[in-house]
Design a protein around this ligand. Structure first.
Ligand SMILES: Nc1ncnc2c1ncn2[C@@H]1O[C@H](COP(=O)(O)OP(=O)(O)OP(=O)(O)O)[C@@H](O)[C@H]1O
Ligand SMILES: O=C(O)[C@H](O)[C@@H](O)[C@H](O)[C@H](O)CO
Length: 169
């Protein structure tokens, strides 16, 4: 029996756990995982490494590429989890262009907890309190109709199992 592929976006600001949770969720649901961080242009990586936040223009082509991955997985009948900041509503609309039935897990948490997780993480191109603050300014949080929202103070296991449970409900 063929079941329809599930296409999931794990979103939130930097340090919210998109990569960590996204990978675990993909494993738990036999889906592929794509980390949006791996698909920035070299120009965007250089910009963030200099401590400059991305703007709408920098993110446009990147979001189109990610929408293409969603479309491709849907057409092949493969489930996919994408970890992507997707901070603004219109960014998520671009992603929904590749997957109209996109399910969204929105990871949210306090600035304090986000900063402590980012500070503990070594060797990543995205660093500096001002970079997180820029994302918090850009963020247009999805409401309950658009996403399942879970707090990052929960353990990764709790986040994954609660999301799967709510998705099935
Ligand atoms: N629920 C959690 N509980 C405890 N630690 C967590 C949780 N989620 C993520 N972490 C840890 O927090 C740090 C940040 O997580 P991660 O790198 O996945 O965030 P991210 O949203 O992908 O960030 P970025 O957008 O900057 O890549 C990592 O060290 C990760 O192991
Ligand atoms: O929308 C953005 O500005 C980017 O996705 C950033 O969020 C970085 O990719 C990421 O946070 C760094 O790890």
């Amino acid at each position: 029996m063929n079941s329809a592929p599930t296409l999931v976006l794990v979103m939130g600001v930097s340090g919210s756990g998109k990569s960590h949770i996204g990978k675990r969720l993909a494993e738990a649901t036999d889906a592929d995982f794509i980390d949006a961080d791996d698909h920035h242009s070299p120009t965007s990586i250089a910009k963030m490494s200099r401590g400059e936040p991305l703007n709408d223009g920098d993110r446009e082509g990147w979001l189109e590429t990610l929408a293409g991955f969603l479309r491709n997985h849907a057409s092949r009948g493969r489930s996919l989890v994408i970890g992507c900041s997707a901070l603004k509503r219109r960014y998520r609309d671009t992603l929904r262009g590749g997957a109209p039935d996109l399910k969204i897990l929105y990871l949210h948490g306090s600035r304090e907890l986000l900063l402590s997780r980012l500070r503990a993480r070594q060797g990543h191109f995205f660093q500096g309190d001002h970079m997180l603050d820029s994302q918090l300014r850009d963020l247009e949080p999805p409401d309950e109709d658009e996403a399942i929202r879970l707090d990052i103070s929960l353990s990764p296991e709790e986040i994954v199992s609660t999301f799967i449970e709510r998705l099935g409900a």
